[in-house]
Design a protein around this ligand. Sequence first.
Ligand code: PEP
Ligand code: MN
Length: 349
Amino acid sequence: MMIVMKESASEEDVEAVIEKIEQAGAIPHRIKGARLNVIGAIGDVEQDVSVESLGLEGQPGVDRVMPILKPYKLASLEMTHGQRSVLDIDGRKVGGESFALIAGPCTVESREQTLQTAHAVKEAGATLLRGGAYKPRTSPYSFQGLGQEGLRLLAEAKSETGLPIVTELMDISDVDAVLEVADVVQIGARNMQNYPLLAEIGRSGRPALLKRGLSSTLDELLMAAEYILKEGNASVMLCERGIRTFESAYRFTLDLMAVPVLKELTHLPVIVDPSHAAGRRDLVTPLSLAAAAVGADGIIVEVHPEPEAAICDGPQQLRTEDFEDYARAVERAAALAGKALAGREPAVA
Ligand code: PEP
Ligand code: MN
């Protein structure tokens, strides 16, 4: 924490600030300039937090109080001294040089649709199978997902293909049912700041895919991840899925700059969801290639055997018959960033 004193601050004002910093257990360092005094409060993160709660902003002679450390601790790259986290999902690596291709339907609709999609994405080299059993829908009148029956179908798809399952948890009351099936628990964009839900996933220890809120900053996303990490669960991947901006020509703005910037800030793997950002199938491939080339650790993409008949998000879902070509193109783009699909040889970019 840095405390910048006003030019008009008296010696007593400076002394009073120094005393408060000492009381908080931090070490004050006074820097005396020609006109101003700046006091650095050096301690560990806890002390930084306790200095923050001293209310120094209101103290006589104080101009500004500026934190030095990031507000998130466990999520920061500083915490691991630059070492990046590589998650292990049932033997599949996510992060480092392993690119995760997470694919599957928006929502589990039927046994045939789920198994057909699972086999198609598995054949093409997908790493994990996605599919929603509990769906966060904008309208309460829209299909809300098959619930427990959907989870059962995902379990069947896993036992047929061996693909680990990514599925969303929306409500704490469904946690036990979801944990029966989910290898990765998805926290949807609308629940990014549902702190009790985040803490519950933290306590469960199950890997989590945390989506960025529709209008959330990267700091807010990282603070949300901190809620999971704080409970002792280190297996968190972040997901950029498009944010709201003033642009109305497309559904959301896929913030691809978030990928390299998050990588400066955090050791956690970063996944991109081009499907929900675009809302349109024709944009999904170019956005996926860009995401892979910019250094994302994976993509989560929607695929359906018959998108025209899909109950939910049909216009954005890739066709199962096109998925093989899509996967090969993504693989080549990932190779540009030095990554290969988990379990496959690196592609020639
Ligand atoms: C989803 O992935 O199924 C979904 C609803 O995404 P989001 O939470 O990003 O809208
Ligand atoms: Mn969807």
